[in-house]
Design a binder for this molecule. Structure first.
Ligand SMILES: Nc1ncnc2c1ncn2[C@@H]1O[C@H](COP(=O)(O)OP(=O)(O)OP(=O)(O)O)[C@@H](O)[C@H]1O
Length: 266
Protein backbone atom coordinates (compact mmCIF):
# COMPACT_ATOMS: atom_id res chain seq x y z
CA UNK A 1 0.00 0.00 0.00
CA UNK A 2 1.31 3.46 -0.84
CA UNK A 3 1.75 6.00 1.95
CA UNK A 4 -0.75 8.27 0.26
CA UNK A 5 -3.37 5.55 0.11
CA UNK A 6 -2.70 4.67 3.73
CA UNK A 7 -3.05 8.29 4.80
CA UNK A 8 -6.36 8.63 2.98
CA UNK A 9 -7.64 5.32 4.23
CA UNK A 10 -7.10 6.03 7.90
CA UNK A 11 -8.70 9.43 7.88
CA UNK A 12 -11.51 10.03 10.33
CA UNK A 13 -14.50 8.39 8.71
CA UNK A 14 -17.02 10.55 6.99
CA UNK A 15 -20.61 9.43 6.93
CA UNK A 16 -21.42 11.38 3.79
CA UNK A 17 -20.94 9.56 0.55
CA UNK A 18 -20.41 6.30 2.38
CA UNK A 19 -20.61 3.39 0.00
CA UNK A 20 -23.16 0.91 1.10
CA UNK A 21 -21.73 -1.99 -0.83
CA UNK A 22 -20.06 -4.38 1.59
CA UNK A 23 -17.20 -5.23 -0.78
CA UNK A 24 -16.04 -1.64 -0.87
CA UNK A 25 -16.43 -1.05 2.86
CA UNK A 26 -13.32 -0.89 5.02
CA UNK A 27 -12.40 -4.00 6.98
CA UNK A 28 -13.07 -2.27 10.31
CA UNK A 29 -14.65 1.04 11.14
CA UNK A 30 -15.10 2.47 14.61
CA UNK A 31 -17.19 5.59 14.98
CA UNK A 32 -17.03 7.44 18.31
CA UNK A 33 -16.57 4.21 20.24
CA UNK A 34 -16.56 4.53 24.01
CA UNK A 35 -16.31 1.56 26.36
CA UNK A 36 -16.81 2.28 30.02
CA UNK A 37 -16.25 -0.21 32.81
CA UNK A 38 -18.02 0.15 36.11
CA UNK A 39 -20.69 2.61 37.15
CA UNK A 40 -21.12 5.13 39.88
CA UNK A 41 -18.59 7.75 40.79
CA UNK A 42 -15.48 6.17 39.25
CA UNK A 43 -16.19 4.53 35.92
CA UNK A 44 -13.12 3.69 33.79
CA UNK A 45 -13.22 4.89 30.19
CA UNK A 46 -11.18 2.08 28.64
CA UNK A 47 -11.97 3.51 25.17
CA UNK A 48 -12.89 7.15 24.88
CA UNK A 49 -14.52 8.37 21.67
CA UNK A 50 -12.32 6.41 19.28
CA UNK A 51 -12.96 6.79 15.56
CA UNK A 52 -10.80 5.01 13.01
CA UNK A 53 -10.93 3.07 9.78
CA UNK A 54 -8.79 0.09 8.90
CA UNK A 55 -8.56 -0.57 5.18
CA UNK A 56 -8.86 -4.01 3.67
CA UNK A 57 -5.65 -5.79 2.85
CA UNK A 58 -3.60 -3.82 5.36
CA UNK A 59 -1.49 -4.84 8.35
CA UNK A 60 -2.12 -2.65 11.40
CA UNK A 61 -0.36 -2.79 14.75
CA UNK A 62 -2.00 -1.29 17.82
CA UNK A 63 0.33 -0.09 20.57
CA UNK A 64 0.13 1.93 23.75
CA UNK A 65 1.14 1.90 27.39
CA UNK A 66 -0.28 -0.70 29.73
CA UNK A 67 -3.94 0.06 30.45
CA UNK A 68 -4.31 2.33 27.39
CA UNK A 69 -7.21 0.31 26.00
CA UNK A 70 -5.58 -2.01 23.45
CA UNK A 71 -7.35 -5.19 24.54
CA UNK A 72 -10.63 -3.34 24.87
CA UNK A 73 -10.18 -1.98 21.34
CA UNK A 74 -9.44 -5.45 19.96
CA UNK A 75 -12.40 -7.01 21.73
CA UNK A 76 -14.81 -4.31 20.56
CA UNK A 77 -13.49 -4.41 16.98
CA UNK A 78 -13.77 -8.21 16.89
CA UNK A 79 -17.29 -8.34 18.31
CA UNK A 80 -16.14 -10.02 21.53
CA UNK A 81 -17.27 -7.03 23.55
CA UNK A 82 -19.83 -4.30 22.86
CA UNK A 83 -19.08 -0.59 23.17
CA UNK A 84 -20.99 1.45 25.71
CA UNK A 85 -21.66 3.91 22.88
CA UNK A 86 -20.59 4.39 19.30
CA UNK A 87 -20.57 2.08 16.31
CA UNK A 88 -18.39 -0.80 15.16
CA UNK A 89 -18.64 -2.01 11.57
CA UNK A 90 -16.93 -5.06 10.19
CA UNK A 91 -16.70 -5.18 6.40
CA UNK A 92 -19.71 -2.85 6.21
CA UNK A 93 -21.79 -4.83 8.72
CA UNK A 94 -22.90 -2.82 11.72
CA UNK A 95 -22.35 -4.83 14.91
CA UNK A 96 -24.30 -2.37 17.05
CA UNK A 97 -27.24 -4.01 18.76
CA UNK A 98 -26.52 -7.51 17.43
CA UNK A 99 -27.55 -10.19 19.85
CA UNK A 100 -25.00 -12.75 21.08
CA UNK A 101 -26.20 -15.46 18.70
CA UNK A 102 -25.67 -13.28 15.65
CA UNK A 103 -22.36 -12.01 16.98
CA UNK A 104 -21.17 -15.59 17.50
CA UNK A 105 -22.15 -16.48 13.93
CA UNK A 106 -20.43 -13.38 12.61
CA UNK A 107 -17.25 -14.11 14.57
CA UNK A 108 -17.15 -17.69 13.30
CA UNK A 109 -17.63 -16.73 9.70
CA UNK A 110 -15.77 -13.45 9.42
CA UNK A 111 -13.20 -13.10 12.16
CA UNK A 112 -10.02 -14.99 12.92
CA UNK A 113 -8.34 -14.62 16.30
CA UNK A 114 -4.79 -15.48 17.30
CA UNK A 115 -3.69 -15.30 20.93
CA UNK A 116 -0.37 -15.09 22.71
CA UNK A 117 -0.94 -18.50 24.30
CA UNK A 118 -1.98 -20.20 21.02
CA UNK A 119 -5.18 -21.65 22.62
CA UNK A 120 -5.14 -24.88 20.63
CA UNK A 121 -7.20 -27.88 21.70
CA UNK A 122 -4.63 -30.29 23.10
CA UNK A 123 -6.65 -33.44 22.47
CA UNK A 124 -7.09 -32.69 18.77
CA UNK A 125 -4.60 -33.17 15.94
CA UNK A 126 -3.26 -30.29 13.88
CA UNK A 127 -5.78 -31.10 11.15
CA UNK A 128 -8.68 -31.22 13.60
CA UNK A 129 -7.65 -27.96 15.24
CA UNK A 130 -7.46 -26.18 11.91
CA UNK A 131 -10.80 -27.58 10.73
CA UNK A 132 -12.55 -26.71 13.98
CA UNK A 133 -14.04 -23.32 12.94
CA UNK A 134 -15.51 -24.90 9.81
CA UNK A 135 -16.98 -27.82 11.77
CA UNK A 136 -18.47 -25.46 14.35
CA UNK A 137 -20.11 -23.55 11.51
CA UNK A 138 -21.49 -26.81 10.09
CA UNK A 139 -19.17 -26.65 7.08
CA UNK A 140 -16.70 -29.14 5.68
CA UNK A 141 -13.27 -28.20 4.40
CA UNK A 142 -13.17 -28.06 0.61
CA UNK A 143 -11.14 -30.59 -1.34
CA UNK A 144 -7.46 -29.87 -0.80
CA UNK A 145 -8.25 -26.87 1.40
CA UNK A 146 -6.53 -28.27 4.47
CA UNK A 147 -3.43 -29.27 2.52
CA UNK A 148 -3.24 -25.85 0.90
CA UNK A 149 -3.52 -24.19 4.30
CA UNK A 150 -0.83 -26.43 5.80
CA UNK A 151 1.46 -25.43 2.94
CA UNK A 152 0.63 -21.76 3.35
CA UNK A 153 1.65 -21.73 7.02
CA UNK A 154 4.62 -24.08 6.56
CA UNK A 155 3.24 -27.13 8.36
CA UNK A 156 3.33 -29.75 5.62
CA UNK A 157 3.44 -33.26 7.03
CA UNK A 158 2.36 -32.22 10.53
CA UNK A 159 -1.37 -32.77 10.22
CA UNK A 160 -1.48 -35.79 12.55
CA UNK A 161 0.63 -34.23 15.28
CA UNK A 162 -0.89 -32.98 18.49
CA UNK A 163 -0.07 -29.48 19.81
CA UNK A 164 2.18 -30.85 22.57
CA UNK A 165 4.41 -32.42 19.90
CA UNK A 166 5.04 -29.04 18.26
CA UNK A 167 7.29 -26.09 19.05
CA UNK A 168 5.76 -22.75 20.11
CA UNK A 169 6.25 -21.33 16.62
CA UNK A 170 4.63 -24.38 15.03
CA UNK A 171 1.71 -24.14 17.43
CA UNK A 172 1.21 -20.50 16.48
CA UNK A 173 1.26 -21.54 12.81
CA UNK A 174 -1.56 -23.98 13.58
CA UNK A 175 -3.44 -21.18 15.36
CA UNK A 176 -2.96 -18.90 12.34
CA UNK A 177 -4.15 -21.63 9.97
CA UNK A 178 -7.20 -22.18 12.21
CA UNK A 179 -7.89 -18.46 12.20
CA UNK A 180 -7.64 -18.26 8.40
CA UNK A 181 -9.43 -21.43 7.31
CA UNK A 182 -12.89 -19.86 7.14
CA UNK A 183 -11.61 -16.93 5.05
CA UNK A 184 -12.18 -14.20 7.65
CA UNK A 185 -12.53 -10.51 6.82
CA UNK A 186 -10.00 -9.73 9.52
CA UNK A 187 -7.34 -11.68 11.39
CA UNK A 188 -6.97 -10.17 14.86
CA UNK A 189 -3.88 -10.93 16.91
CA UNK A 190 -3.56 -10.31 20.64
CA UNK A 191 0.21 -10.25 21.13
CA UNK A 192 0.62 -13.22 18.78
CA UNK A 193 4.39 -13.27 19.21
CA UNK A 194 4.48 -12.44 22.92
CA UNK A 195 5.33 -15.99 23.95
CA UNK A 196 7.92 -16.66 21.26
CA UNK A 197 11.69 -16.19 21.08
CA UNK A 198 12.95 -13.44 18.79
CA UNK A 199 13.83 -15.64 15.82
CA UNK A 200 10.55 -17.54 15.92
CA UNK A 201 8.63 -14.30 16.44
CA UNK A 202 10.17 -12.90 13.26
CA UNK A 203 9.12 -15.99 11.32
CA UNK A 204 5.54 -15.67 12.57
CA UNK A 205 5.50 -11.95 11.76
CA UNK A 206 6.83 -12.77 8.30
CA UNK A 207 3.99 -15.23 7.89
CA UNK A 208 1.40 -12.61 8.90
CA UNK A 209 3.04 -10.13 6.53
CA UNK A 210 2.86 -12.63 3.67
CA UNK A 211 -0.84 -13.23 4.37
CA UNK A 212 -1.38 -9.51 3.76
CA UNK A 213 0.92 -9.23 0.75
CA UNK A 214 0.03 -12.47 -1.02
CA UNK A 215 -3.65 -12.97 -0.28
CA UNK A 216 -4.87 -9.50 0.68
CA UNK A 217 -5.73 -10.59 4.21
CA UNK A 218 -6.44 -7.78 6.68
CA UNK A 219 -4.42 -8.20 9.88
CA UNK A 220 -4.84 -6.17 13.08
CA UNK A 221 -2.43 -6.97 15.88
CA UNK A 222 -1.94 -5.66 19.40
CA UNK A 223 1.68 -5.75 20.45
CA UNK A 224 4.07 -4.29 23.01
CA UNK A 225 7.06 -4.94 20.78
CA UNK A 226 8.31 -2.19 18.41
CA UNK A 227 10.06 -4.79 16.27
CA UNK A 228 6.79 -6.68 15.81
CA UNK A 229 5.01 -3.41 15.02
CA UNK A 230 7.60 -2.66 12.32
CA UNK A 231 6.14 -5.48 10.20
CA UNK A 232 2.87 -3.56 9.93
CA UNK A 233 1.91 -0.94 7.34
CA UNK A 234 0.70 1.38 10.06
CA UNK A 235 0.96 1.59 13.84
CA UNK A 236 -1.95 3.13 15.72
CA UNK A 237 -1.24 4.37 19.25
CA UNK A 238 -3.66 4.44 22.13
CA UNK A 239 -3.15 6.44 25.33
CA UNK A 240 -5.73 6.69 28.10
CA UNK A 241 -8.34 5.12 25.86
CA UNK A 242 -7.92 7.67 23.08
CA UNK A 243 -6.30 7.45 19.69
CA UNK A 244 -2.95 9.19 20.17
CA UNK A 245 -1.45 9.12 16.69
CA UNK A 246 -0.06 6.79 14.10
CA UNK A 247 3.13 5.89 12.28
CA UNK A 248 3.07 4.84 8.64
CA UNK A 249 5.81 2.64 7.23
CA UNK A 250 7.09 2.13 10.77
CA UNK A 251 10.58 1.15 11.81
CA UNK A 252 11.26 -0.35 15.23
CA UNK A 253 13.24 2.78 16.15
CA UNK A 254 10.44 5.18 15.21
CA UNK A 255 7.91 3.13 17.12
CA UNK A 256 10.13 2.85 20.21
CA UNK A 257 10.67 6.60 20.20
CA UNK A 258 6.95 7.24 19.94
CA UNK A 259 6.21 4.80 22.75
CA UNK A 260 8.77 6.52 24.95
CA UNK A 261 6.98 9.81 24.38
CA UNK A 262 3.71 8.16 25.36
CA UNK A 263 5.32 7.20 28.64
CA UNK A 264 5.16 3.49 27.91
CA UNK A 265 8.48 2.64 29.52
CA UNK A 266 8.77 5.27 32.19
N1 LIG B 1 -13.39 -5.89 32.95
C1 LIG B 1 -12.90 -4.73 33.38
N2 LIG B 1 -13.42 -4.11 34.45
C2 LIG B 1 -12.96 -2.92 34.88
N3 LIG B 1 -11.96 -2.24 34.27
C3 LIG B 1 -11.39 -2.81 33.19
C4 LIG B 1 -11.82 -4.07 32.69
N4 LIG B 1 -11.06 -4.39 31.60
C5 LIG B 1 -10.22 -3.37 31.44
N5 LIG B 1 -10.40 -2.43 32.39
C6 LIG B 1 -9.68 -1.15 32.51
O1 LIG B 1 -9.74 -0.49 31.26
C7 LIG B 1 -8.50 0.13 30.94
C8 LIG B 1 -7.97 -0.43 29.63
O2 LIG B 1 -7.69 -1.80 29.78
P1 LIG B 1 -7.10 -2.69 28.59
O3 LIG B 1 -6.97 -4.09 29.10
O4 LIG B 1 -7.93 -2.49 27.37
O5 LIG B 1 -5.67 -2.04 28.36
P2 LIG B 1 -4.40 -2.61 27.56
O6 LIG B 1 -3.82 -1.46 26.83
O7 LIG B 1 -4.78 -3.80 26.78
O8 LIG B 1 -3.44 -3.02 28.77
P3 LIG B 1 -2.20 -4.06 28.80
O9 LIG B 1 -1.18 -3.57 27.84
O10 LIG B 1 -1.73 -3.95 30.22
O11 LIG B 1 -2.75 -5.41 28.46
C9 LIG B 1 -7.58 -0.14 32.14
O12 LIG B 1 -7.64 0.96 33.00
C10 LIG B 1 -8.21 -1.36 32.79
O13 LIG B 1 -7.92 -1.39 34.17
Amino acid sequence: MSNQLRAAAYEHPSTTGERAHADSAPAVRLTSVTRTYGRGTNPVRALDDVSLTIPRGSFTAVMGPSGSGKSTFLHCAAGLDSPTSGRVELGGTDLTGMNETRLTELRRARIGFVFQAFNLVGALTVRQNIELPLRLAGRRPGRGQLEAMLGRVGLEGRERHRPAQLSGGQQQRVAIARALIAGPDVLFGDEPTGALDTVTARQILGLLRSCVDETGQTVVMVTHDPLAASYADTVLYLADGRLAGRTDAPTAELVAERMTHLGAWS
